[in-house]
Design a protein around this ligand. Structure first.
Ligand code: NI
Length: 177
């Protein structure tokens, strides 16, 4: 078990399209490292490419005990999601503030689908098939974007809504995806 270094925007590895997982038996060590790293950095989610592993694996989860940045958000179940597929439920989108462990100190206003279906596998190869909306849907879309080399600043429509978190939200604690 180890806390791994999180790659920061500018590293070309964050722009790669990651490979599907074919062999689930090799995932345990990666997942322990991802969970340790996410917890150590108080993240809401983490994607394998953020620690330099080019596989389609994400983890996320926000316990009921409060994500201070999203006081009204529903809890997001602790989830390991492998080879995910996202299908928007409809064309409705909304904008909200996001941060990312690969873009430390910054946040931006990002459009996302309001409701999605997401499918994939857990670490044992069992099927996951869920419908999510709001913050839950936002976190899943953010993490899965990492698997296609997409970072949230690339989705900001107006860069006037991108900046340093401690300037934009002086009293807000930090939690990044
Ligand atoms: Ni991120």
């Amino acid at each position: 078990m180890a806390i791994r270094q999180v790659l920061r925007m500018g590293d070309a590895r964050l722009l790669q399209v990651s490979e599907p997982v074919a062999d689930f038996s090799g995932l345990q060590e990666l997942l322990v490292d991802m969970k340790d790293t996410m917890k150590a950095l108080n993240g809401a989610g983490l994607a394998a490419p953020q620690i330099g592993v080019n596989l389609r694996v994400v983890i996320f989860g926000v316990p009921e005990m409060r994500n201070p940045r999203y006081p009204d958000a529903e809890p997001v179940p602790e989830t390991v999601l492998v080879n995910p597929v996202i299908t928007p439920m409809n064309s409705e989108m909304n904008e909200d503030w996001e941060g990312c462990l690969s873009v430390p100190g910054m946040c931006g206003l990002v459009p996302r689908y309001s409701a999605i279906r997401y499918q994939g596998y857990d670490e044992y190869g069992s099927l996951i098939d869920r419908v999510a909306s709001g913050f839950h849907a936002r976190v899943v879309q953010h993490e899965c974007d990492h698997l296609d080399g997409m970072l949230y600043p690339m989705r900001i429509r107006d860069l006037g809504n991108f900046g340093f978190r401690d300037v934009l939200f002086p009293n807000s604690p930090v939690q990044d995806e």
